[in-house]
Design a protein around this ligand. Sequence first.
Ligand code: SF4
Length: 258
Amino acid sequence: MKLTASITDRIIRMCQLDMFEYEIDPYYGCEHQCRYCYTLNHATGVITTFRDIDRLDSELEGLTPQTIYLGMNTDPYQPCERKARVTRRILEILVSHNFSASILTKSDLIVRDIDILRKMAEPSAGVSLSFSDERIRVWFEQNVPDNSRRLEALKLLKEAGISTYILISPVIPYLTDVMALIEKAGDAADEIWIYRLEIRSTEDQNWQNIIEIIKNHCPEIEAGFQAAALDPHHPYWQRLRAELKELKGVEGKLHIEF
Ligand code: SF4
């Protein structure tokens, strides 16, 4: 893994999510290298680059204190964060300007920074999950802490008074067991967000990766998988949506985004 310094464009960017105006990516690239990740489509290799955050103080001046989203294009707690502490430094600077944060990660390293999150007004933190079956998870996420570590982190965050959520994404047809993931998260998640796999082009690297995994491990589902994955109106999604709407015990915290 190559780690270099000093990329010089703006640190705070407009956020594509409706709930937040701004986001910060602590790194360029992501060591987790999940095989379904859309960022692989514009990656130049397995390189993670530190953001130069020296200008964050000046970028925050003049903005109204608010919640900034971390975790859009890179994992803020990928392995290099343990030593580099770029995300931790960003959180410290946000606190010093009375800003808050909402963080999405696949790593339990986030618990290291509970002390800073607790200094913020209404912080939130989430973990993303895609597979309840550990064998399938490893096909796609071999560089990532397993689900039990992520869920334990979520529990600790909640116990610390931080709002929590799980992001079940991407739902990969016939491989993601959404109901099992919801059950595993139990009360640790205040909110549950669910997104289906979205493919922009079958030429994309993440689509090619997924097809390769399915051909290698479970070729019998390939035709059904392709039909469902490429069609948002496929009966697979209609059935899943209907099952989720019937689910008891999650009223008010389930967000079905497909
Ligand atoms: S952790 Fe997130 S950003 Fe990193 S490779 Fe996986 S899906 Fe992509």
